[in-house]
Design a protein around this ligand. Structure first.
Ligand SMILES: [Zn+2]
Length: 377
């Protein structure tokens, strides 16, 4: 058996955890579903394979029975700093690459504090849509907006970020098109009107969003910076048809974007084979294997890990958890990821595809080395 339990991991996509970790069962459960309807934490989460398995792992960690109320009683008796410290240490993490744009920063541990408590490194990515929203609200002139936006996307490593991230799949889809400046200006005017009316902005104006994204891609290419794209499974309001990574073809084919690395997040679930295929074909495409979110069971995780390793080189694959809100997610995803990758590599040894030593090297790429290279850590 390939034992990867001591291999430190780079979690190439996750989020900060909440400062307030005191919570009741309904709140805790609500973090274990992507559905927003209240019926899920009330009735359904407890009946998911993922959550049932998760409670058993948590019970072992907290030394109590695998009953939700007992687990919550133990975790609520530990202060948030200590909880974070114990879980991240047990996860044996080298680096967390955080998207600090969500949850809101005033409710969360800062990356620096997570690093201190977790005895690990942290790095940050810059979420493009959040930045766009701030800039659209702050500027009434489009050229003004473009100037400030472009400046903000320059010298990005010196500003403390190692990647951009886009959630366009959750807004207007991965079919990012070419729009004229006039079309973008008209779309900007519409966005401003709705923003002024409601006092806030959720950018879902396709010509504007696509136009601003293409500027960001030029900036990323210039700086040889990776851009993470949410693909497949995600927020409940996403149009899953447009979360298929094959929609990125136009962007992937653009010669001027070739020096921007594209990271397809969440194993593009359920478009796993398609996403892994893109990583196998395009030199600048990488495929993220996420072992907490989406909340799928072990059999499904084995399946996507097999599909990814079946077609794409391990030097194109990267581990993550997408952990968010509660530190158990970062911990359990690291444990689960190592064990599933180990099991699939064991199967490949049994099938006489690779030997033990090769398996170990491939695991190192997925758990750490691919990310280290791509994000220049
Ligand atoms: Zn995420």
């Amino acid at each position: 058996m390939l034992d990867l339990s001591h291999m430190p991991v780079i979690d190439n996509h996750c989020h900060p955890v909440l400062l307030n970790q005191q919570m009741d069962a309904l709140q805790f459960r609500s973090y274990f579903t992507e559905a927003t309807d209240a019926s899920f934490p009330e009735k359904h989460v407890r009946n998911s394979i993922y959550y049932t398995w998760f409670l058993r792992q948590a019970a072992k960690f907290y030394g109590c029975a695998a009953r939700e109320e007992e687990i919550l009683a133990v975790r609520n008796s530990i202060d948030a700093d200590a909880l974070l410290e114990r879980l991240l240490e047990a996860a044996h993490i080298d680096t967390l690459i955080l998207d600090p744009a969500y949850p809101l920063s005033d409710q969360c541990y800062t990356p620096d504090r997570m690093s201190e408590l977790g005895h690990c490194h942290t790095a940050k990515m810059l979420r493009l849509e959040t930045l766009m929203q701030q800039f659209i609200l702050a500027h009434d002139d489009f050229d003004d907006l473009l100037e400030h936006y472009s400046t903000e996307l320059s010298n990005i490593r010196e500003r403390g970020y190692c990647a951009f991230k886009s959630i366009v799949a959750y807004r207007t889809g991965l079919n990012i098109e070419q729009w004229s400046k006039d079309e973008a200006v008209a779309s900007f005017a519409e966005a401003r009107v709705s923003a002024i009316r409601s006092g806030r902005l959720r950018i879902a104006h396709k010509p504007l969003l696509d136009y601003l994204l293409r500027i960001a891609f030029h900036k990323a290419a210039e700086q040889q910076l990776p851009v993470q794209f949410h693909t497949g499974y995600g927020d409940s309001d996403t149009d899953m048809r447009l979360g298929n990574p094959l929609h990125l073809r136009d962007v992937l084919e653009q010669p001027e974007y070739r020096s921007m690395q594209v990271v397809l997040l969440h194993e593009s679930y359920p478009y796993c084979q398609l996403g892994a295929y893109l990583a196998a074909i395009y030199p600048h495409v990488y495929f993220d294997l996420s072992y907490t979110i989406p909340f799928v069971d072990k059999l499904e995780m084995l399946a996507f890990t097999r599909q990814a390793l079946g077609v794409a080189p391990a030097s194109k694959l990267m581990f993550s958890t997408d952990g968010i809100d509660v530190p158990e997610m970062h911990w359990v995803g690291a444990m689960r990821g190592r064990s599933i990758i180990g099991q699939v590599l064991d199967e490949l040894i049994d099938a006489d595809e690779i030997d033990q030593e090769q398996a170990y090297h491939l695991a190192q790429f997925i758990l750490r080395d691919t990310a280290r290279t791509v994000y220049r850590l």
